[in-house]
Design a protein around this ligand. Structure first.
Ligand code: IMP
Ligand code: MG
Length: 181
């Protein structure tokens, strides 16, 4: 294990080189698909931070970036999340690409998509770095998918456990004891 990773990590599943290569491929696909469109990358803070920054630099098109932040409600809220930071730009008529770190149950992206749709974009698609299909509850249409991952708790490259580990250079799985404690 690379010295940068804490003992609570058991394996590095995606190293920086693998992330860089895949993000570049996604960027090329997006670049080909959005030529001539009013492309807006929208990310949900804070997990999508590094992915957005790297992806945007792999897309050689005019584009803008905007941010939302949500805090998940506890179980029983039907997947509704509370918006703690809303968009600053008007996305009406624009081609919006929602850039997400990970789709797990799908509830967050599903809800955020319904909020974005209410602003009347011309097009709304999802680009998710990680897809963890094992615990999916809400079907989410993922147009651009970085990696399909096992049902493990992952940290690094933006992903956190209680706010920590976001700055790890790659994506690692946490030991079960570390997630539960
Ligand atoms: P959802 O279950 O698809 O709604 O996922 C919602 C959010 O849970 C994601 O945007 C992440 O912030 C967080 N999340 C899900 N899986 C992981 C993980 O493996 N590590 C860190 N955060 C995660
Ligand atoms: Mg998130």
């Amino acid at each position: 294990m690379d010295v940068r990773y804490p003992d609570s990590c058991d394996r590095v599943l995606l190293d920086p080189q693998a992330l860089r290569a895949r993000v570049a491929e996604l960027g090329s696909e997006i670049q080909a698909d959005y030529r001539g469109k009013d492309l807006r990358l929208v990310t949900v803070l804070k997990g999508g931070l590094y992915f957005l920054a790297d992806l945007a630099r792999c897309i050689d098109l005019p584009l803008s970036m905007d941010f939302m932040a949500v805090s998940p409600y506890t179980a029983g809220m039907g997947g509704a999340v509370r918006v703690t930071k809303d968009l600053t730009d008007d996305i009406g008529g624009a081609s919006v690409l929602l850039v997400e770190d990970v789709v797990d149950t799908g509830l967050t992206v599903n809800y955020v998509m319904s909020l974005l749709r209410a602003h009347g974009p011309a097009q709304l698609d999802v680009c998710a770095l990680l897809d963890k299909p094992a615990r999916r509850i809400a079907e989410v249409p993922i147009t651009y998918r970085g990696f399909t991952m096992p049902d493990r708790f992952l940290v690094g490259y933006g992903l956190d456990l209680d706010g920590r580990y976001r700055n790890l250079p790659g994506i690692a799985s946490l030991r079960d004891e570390a997630v539960l404690s």
